[in-house]
Design a protein around this ligand. Structure first.
Ligand code: PA5
Length: 489
């Protein structure tokens, strides 16, 4: 039996959401002990008022009702991919046997998930480990078109032993397709016809150029299902193949997501439903002027989960129009921060600056390593107080201390607690955030699943590069007033 099939273990691994410091009731009690009065906490009246709409939002996000046409395909991913998972595991085993380097080519939702999951669940110096200690090939994600970075990649890879996974939902994103062209040309030069064994395409089953190229060249292909947008695609082959290649337990990830999905969809008591509650509170805080959410994991392993969440939250909720076409200009700016590192750079602002933020801590009960701080400084009490403790104790103390400092300063904050970082808890966290985002989108009455602001930039790039069909856009760009040199200093 797999660990995550054991009910007691599952319960022990349930992630928790502590929202005490968002709630007016609690913050008011804190104020009576001399803490600064909180501005913009959530009251019971706020919750009661939003309840009917929140209830409708929760019901509409069930995997039982969601239709692919409404971009709800992500709700089907935790439990609906048995055959795909088998194919991924088989392909991953072949890659692990035949290659010593695996490179993902993708951007945005086609890159941030693979990066985040790799950082969370594999060794923090994975690529530097000797091959026998790694769980698979060295792993790179190329999510930019910086020429220096591409040149640097060529310096560390060998065509004979490198496998590329090109990932693009639309099959046409300029950045990813330019990487595809560069790297497949290089492979062809070095390997001749055998290049096709070194490239795997993950894309839409019909739309876009990548699927056409994949079919023409007989590339192994994985499909990003209908109704799954880029930033909601990590639990599809987009994230599952790269994770499986580096030895991550993808069935554990999906089991964690399914566990959280059941809670989010079925639990009718908002106070026991973290995904739903997080979405409701996120929305209410926006209505109270909290325009920024700072995400602060107290674990290096979760550092890039903040990047993944930042895309999910920003791209889904930052919208000009409501679903009824009204101009609304909504959204909340996500800011990435790392505990304890950024205590020494950003926390001054969070404690004493404007009351425009909510801080979300990510805390971990049990780290996967323990490091002791040895003794030997008895004659220096100001150093010795650290001795005999562990770094585990220190990082947790610093997390509690920052939470206290912000609360004392009247700044709203919440904490998501992971019992430990493993595939099951990470799957839960991802699903919780996806559900939260979708709930907030419903309450804001916007389409959380499109990204017209991103498309505009993509189209402008096509126009600048002279892609056929973008002549009008090119003319529009050319009609901009020229920059005045007097404003360039
Ligand atoms: O969430 C999204 O849809 C976007 O951020 C995309 O992931 C990103 O633009 C990359 O698109 P594609 O996967 O089509 O190459």
């Amino acid at each position: 039996m797999k660990q995550y099939e054991d009910q007691a273990w599952r319960e022990s691994m349930r992630i928790r959401l502590d929202v005490n410091h968002l709630m007016d009731e609690h913050m008011d009690a804190s104020a009576q002990t001399g803490f600064e009065k909180q501005v913009g906490a959530v009251t019971e009246a706020d919750l009661a008022k939003i309840m009917p709409r929140a209830e409708r939002a929760r019901r509409s996000l069930s995997h039982k009702w969601g239709k692919a046409s409404q971009m709800m395909g992500w709700t089907k991913l935790p439990t609906g991919q048995r055959k795909v998972v088998d194919d991924i595991l088989k392909t991953a085993a072949r890659i692990r046997r035949n290659f010593d380097t695996f490179v993902v080519l993708g951007i945005g939702g086609s890159a941030l998930g693979p990066i985040a999951v790799q950082q969370a669940l594999n060794h923090l110096h994975y690529n530097e480990l000797p091959a026998e200690k790694r769980n698979g090939p060295r792993f790179y994600v190329e999510d930019n078109v910086d020429p220096e970075r591409m040149a640097a990649l060529f310096d560390v890879i060998d065509p004979k032993t490198t496998c590329f996974n090109v990932i693009t939902k639309s099959g046409g994103t300029s950045e990813t397709m330019s990487q595809y062209i560069i790297l497949t040309t290089w492979l062809k030069e070095k390997l001749g016809n055998a290049w096709t064994k070194h490239v795997i395409a993950t894309t839409d089953k019909k739309k876009g150029n990548l699927i056409r190229l994949a079919k023409e060249n007989g590339l192994k292909t994985f499909v990003i299902p209908d109704g799954v947008g880029g930033r909601f695609s990590e639990l599809s082959p987009v994230g599952l193949l790269p994770a499986a290649v580096t030895g991550i337990d993808i069935e554990g990830l999906l089991a964690g997501a399914a566990y959280m999905q059941e809670i989010c969809e079925e639990e009718e008591d908002m106070r026991k439903n973290p995904g739903w509650m997080a979405g409701i509170l996120g929305y209410l805080l926006m209505t109270k002027g909290k325009n920024i959410e700072v995400l602060m994991p107290y674990a290096d392993s979760l550092k890039y989960m903040a990047d993944w969440y930042a895309q999910l939250w920003a791209e889904s909720l930052g919208k000009k129009f409501s679903v009824r076409g009204k101009v609304v200009h909504v959204g909340q700016t996500p800011v990435k921060s790392l505990g304890v590192t950024d205590q020494h750079s950003q926390v001054q602002l969070y404690a004493e600056g404007p009351f425009d933020k909510v801080v979300t801590f990510l805390a971990v009960d049990n780290y996967r390593a323990e490091v002791k701080i040895p003794g030997g400084f008895d004659d220096m009490p100001n150093v010795n107080f650290l001795c005999g403790h562990t770094m585990n104790e220190l990082i947790k103390a610093e997390c509690s201390a920052t939470e206290y400092a912000l609360t004392k300063a009247g700044k709203v904050n919440q904490t998501i607690i992971l019992p430990e970082v493993n595939a099951f808890t990470l799957g839960q966290l991802m699903y919780l955030w996806e559900f939260k985002t979708a709930v907030a989108g419903e309450l804001l009455s916007i389409n959380a699943f499109d990204q017209p602001g991103v498309e505009e930039g993509k189209n402008a790039t096509y126009a600048i590069f002279g892609r056929p069909g973008y002549e009008e856009k090119k003319a529009e760009l050319a009609s901009q007033p020229a920059k005045d040199p007097k404003f360039i200093l």
